[in-house]
Design a protein around this ligand. Structure first.
Ligand code: CA
Length: 221
């Protein structure tokens, strides 16, 4: 699972990153909402944690832009503003839930799980399919020629990313950033290992993952 955190308070951002990393959640943490707009466009997360008082674009402005663009990505507000009017306003503008600061990680986690459960009920049939390969995003399952694939979490995320952006070449560093959530060229071999394993599991469909010399990989059916 991928969570995008938009929070300008460094200590809280780092704490959340740390706690989520222990839960096998991939975190992208940003200190402003302007960068977040691009991050969402580039690779939509499963859920967004959004602070309200931010430098530059404010949390609610970000939320407005997101919803106007037709995105129904789950958004949970994390804010020190605890007035009832603030909470109601955020919910009416399209936030899925609102957690006031300070909060415990366990409380936040329970809220996130509840939001994701709700989302799962309404968004049935979120499915990507091409060339005999399909990914069921809700059931978190993938198939090749109708056969269930047994992919690891990272392989599943790789496949989903590739299939969402057919024909787009990803560099190893981009894949590391998006799937693993960090940036270091030292471990770009990690990407190669996972791609090789994913290709193997896809059988003859593995050929859809093409190597782009000196760049990385792309998916094309
Ligand atoms: Ca803030």
């Amino acid at each position: 699972m991928r969570i995008l955190i938009i929070e300008d308070e460094e200590a809280l951002r780092e704490l959340l990153e740390y706690e989520f990393s222990r839960q096998d959640v991939t975190v992208v943490a940003l200190d402003n909402a302007n960068d977040a707009l691009m991050a969402v466009e580039d690779c939509p997360p499963d859920l967004i944690l959004l602070d309200l008082m931010l430098p530059g674009l404010k949390g609610l402005q970000f939320l407005d832009i997101l919803r106007r663009g037709g995105s129904d990505l789950p958004v949970v507000i994390i804010s020190a503003r605890n007035a009832e009017t603030d909470i109601i306003n955020a919910l009416e503008r399209g936030a899925d839930d609102y957690v006031t600061k300070p909060f415990s990680f366990n409380f936040l986690e329970a809220k996130i799980k509840a939001v994701l459960r709700r989302g799962g009920e309404v968004k049935t049939g979120a499915r990507i399919a091409a060339g005999g390969v399909s990914v069921d995003l809700e059931a978190h399952k993938s198939f090749a020629e109708g056969e269930l694939l047994s992919l690891t979490q990272k392989e599943f995320e790789l496949l989903t990313l590739f299939m969402r952006k057919p024909g787009r070449a990803f560099t190893r560093n981009q894949l590391l950033n998006i799937i693993w959530g960090y940036d270091t060229s030292l471990v770009s071999r990690t990407v190669d290992v996972h791609v090789a394993s994913l290709r193997k599991k896809l059988g003859d469909k593995g050929r859809y993952i093409q190597t782009v010399p000196k760049i990385g990989y792309l998916w094309e059916v």
